[in-house]
Design a protein around this ligand. Sequence first.
Ligand code: PPE
Length: 308
Amino acid sequence: MTTADLIWMNGEFVAWEDAKVHVLTHGMHYGTGVFEGIRAYETDEGPAIFRHREHLERLERSAELYYMELPFSLEELREATHELIVRNGLRACYIRPIAYRGYGPMGLDPLDNPVEVSIAAWEWGAYLGEEGKQRGIRAKTSPWRRISPDSLIPHAKASGQYLNSVLAKVESRRAGYEEAILLDQHGHVCEGTGENIFVVREGVIATPPHSASILDGITRKSVMTIARDLGFQVVERDIARAELVLAEEVFLTGTAAELTPVREIDDHPIGDPGEITRAVQQVFDDALCGRAPRYREWLDPVAVPSRA
Ligand code: PPE
């Protein structure tokens, strides 16, 4: 990975290589952490963070769902992130805040362990490859089902929950695909290992609803708004597995993956990225980089002091 100079840890900036934790950190043993994935983009007015507030609010909600109270306000975390970007001299970057139960008593009850918070930022290119973003990726339906709300909290972005994504990811990569598509506990299409999913059928854009165990993706919401503004019909509904193959177009959305088309699922060609995917992707990319005035409010500009 491309490293940066500094990482923010519990209110202080430390050298990247010194950002360490104790081996008995609770979150490392039991997955008791919540995190975010955020991106900043280079705009005409310097770096700007895409939907920063929404991401920080989700972090706080995820923490709350796992009984963690963040020891910093969202405004403090926002300011720390701005300073981190400036002090690292970053322009476009990926931002990873994480809050976790730290070193303290062992055992499953986490309530006496401190809640620690860190924020790292670094340059991270196309998550599923630059070619994947342009031409589309090959995906495979996973034999692993997405975590169900009977056992965990799909709406929380919690560290331990990602073991589910790791199983699906490794299985699909070993089988020669770039990404796995997970079904929910009822067998409906749910999402990718780190992305929400959309299918286009008869010109209508469909995406699984909240009841399908999805993570409530911020990119998903943004793309739905853009697609509707472009005049497309967007519906949230259960999607049968076969529809992945029957679809005219399929694409994935996520902070890391941005909008990535899918060109093949389970060895069935879907084809080159279709017109609707392209149209939405174009406006989405414009929105990220501050070229779409209509979505300018989605950007949190970072004030970079001039070196003069
Ligand atoms: N589902 C899952 C399971 C998920 O992890 C993500 C983000 C999404 C949907 C899309 O959510 P949003 O980013 O709000 O649009 N995955 C993050 C982690 C990726 C990683 O490898 O780490 C991300 O994209 O940052």
